[in-house]
Design a protein around this ligand. Structure first.
Ligand code: 5GP
Ligand code: MN
Length: 347
């Protein structure tokens, strides 16, 4: 656990700064997941209770599976034409901006320009590899399972535990549940379980949160999953690699909405003996990729070195401006280079 990794004095400075009611913006990475929104919405409610004027802004719209979250209606979508002007004004006028669940400014998409330009002090709370140096206050730990775990630790460190009401606890639990793959991933530590226990004491309902997050499939989505697993999953046992490729036509055909391909990449990872799973999705003339791995094979390195991406050792993402065919060809061409690393993994 690391508090304000830059210097020990930062905690006192931070608390001092927050003694005065401030104009605050909380934001997270584009295409927010449960950890990004859990981070935004938990801090939103804690900072409001502390008497600050807080606004939550997301760089892009969010998927429907997050719509049940407490205060989700308060989140301003920076890409919404009707809200853009207000969002820009709030960023410009902010005294403090919380950058949550990302540590590279380009993950804010078009919002990176106003955030970079704002005179607000910046707080970065994150657990992704290779953080950029843009924040005044840093609360970063690559070993944390989720940014929401760090938010809990921060709240604990600052003696704010009494502000964790049921809403805040629900949001923090959502981030932890999302980023540990429901307490499955390697990051599932003793501390993660301890925090989950404390959150249960705050009145959350783990079963309900899990169902709201993961068991709200539309009929279209479930049909699509059948198609994806039945027709689209490719396995290359010689490399221990599985992958899916989806062009825009088939996404239209299945009436796919934002978030409908979320989690699909993990099915590739459930094949016995697999080491890396990938998914390639064509979206607005851009190819978005997700990578997952087991044990020591670092998909963060793989995504960073080859696909302008990054993330965590076992879960990362990237993108490409080339065609879908070219991107997949490039991916397949890279496999012989990493074959030794892929095959050395224990099963
Ligand atoms: P996902 O595949 O679920 O979109 O992302 C997996 C993990 O990698 C998440 O922690 C996400 O924040 C991170 N990630 C996804 N895309 C990118 C990217 O383009 N750049 C970086 N640095 N991280 C990414
Ligand atoms: Mn996260």
């Amino acid at each position: 656990k690391q508090l304000f990794t830059e210097s020990a004095g930062q905690k006192a400075d931070f608390l001092e700064f927050l003694k005065t009611p401030r104009r605050i913006v909380v934001t997270a990475h584009q295409n927010p997941d449960g950890d990004a929104f859990g981070s935004i919405l938990s801090l939103y409610e804690v900072l409001k209770q502390l008497g600050h004027q807080v606004h939550a802004i997301s760089p892009t719209d969010h998927a429907d599976f997050l719509n049940w979250m407490p205060n989700v209606k308060e989140v301003i979508n920076f890409e919404d034409k009707l809200e853009r002007g207000r969002a820009e004004r709030l960023i410009e006028e902010a005294e403090l901006i919380f950058c949550l669940d990302f540590s590279a400014l380009d993950r804010l998409k078009d919002m990176h320009t106003p955030v970079k330009g704002s005179e607000a002090r910046k707080v970065m709370i994150d657990h992704h590899q290779q953080p950029e140096d843009f924040a005044d206050f840093v609360y970063w730990n690559v070993k944390a399972a989720a940014t929401c775990e760090l938010i809990y630790c921060l709240i604990e460190d600052l003696d704010w535990l009494s502000y964790i009401n049921q809403n805040v606890a629900t949001c923090i639990y959502t981030g932890i549940l999302t980023d540990t793959g429901s307490f499955k991933f390697d990051s599932t530590s003793k501390q993660v379980h301890r925090i989950a226990g404390e959150l249960i004491d705050k009145g959350i309902n783990p079963n309900k949160i899990s169902r709201k997050l993961f068991d709200q499939n539309s009929f279209d989505r479930l049909k699509f999953m059948g198609y994806a697993l039945g027709e689209k999953l490719i396995y290359l046992p010689e490399y221990r690699v599985a992958y899916f490729v989806f062009n825009s036509e088939e996404q239209e055909k299945f009436n796919l909405k934002k978030g409908d391909t979320e989690g699909l990449v993990n099915y590739g990872l459930s094949i016995a003996g697999v080491v890396m799973s990938a998914i390639f999705i064509e979206k607005d003339n851009l190819i978005k990729m997700s990578f997952r791995s087991v044990d020591d094979f670092s998909v963060a390195d793989f995504a960073r070195n080859n696909f302008e991406g990054g993330g965590h050792k076992n879960a990362a993402g990237g993108r490409s401006n080339e065609s879908l065919e070219q991107t997949v060809k490039k991916f397949l061409g890279l496999l012989p280079d990493v074959k030794d690393e892929l095959l050395v993994q224990p099963t």
